[in-house]
Design a protein around this ligand. Structure first.
Ligand SMILES: [Zn+2]
Ligand SMILES: [Zn+2]
Length: 109
């Protein structure tokens, strides 16, 4: 895998403009290119966390993420059967368990 992120060394100062830009990007306010399935999943399953049941609105929908049930981000069936809408907290939880499970069972790839 290639790491395409630009690396800047020696830039010690963090400018407020950079922070604002980063926040904007995190919020998805700059057009995201790789998240078509996210919108599709939110549309299919609704703005609700499948795990804790928390509902989201337009203001905090960025906290809702799409989990791939089989762990394969390239498996995006149109009916949404591989997607699960999870809030960032449940999503993190899901993955930490998944990793542990994989580790314990040394399962499939
Ligand atoms: Zn949740
Ligand atoms: Zn996930």
């Amino acid at each position: 895998m290639r790491d395409d992120r630009p690396r800047r060394r020696g830039s010690r100062r963090i400018r407020p403009e950079d922070v604002n830009e980063a926040v904007r990007r995190l919020r998805g306010e700059t057009a995201p290119k790789t998240v078509d399935y996210r919108e599709a999943s939110l549309r299919t399953h609704g703005l609700i966390c499948a795990k804790c049941g928390r509902e989201f609105g337009h203001a905090d929908r960025h906290l809702l993420t799409v989990h791939h049930k089989d762990g394969n981000h390239h498996n995006n069936p149109r009916d949404g059967s591989n997607w699960e809408n999870l809030c960032v907290y449940c999503h993190e939880d899901e993955h930490s368990r998944g990793l542990l499970g994989d580790y314990l069972s040394r399962g499939k790839g």
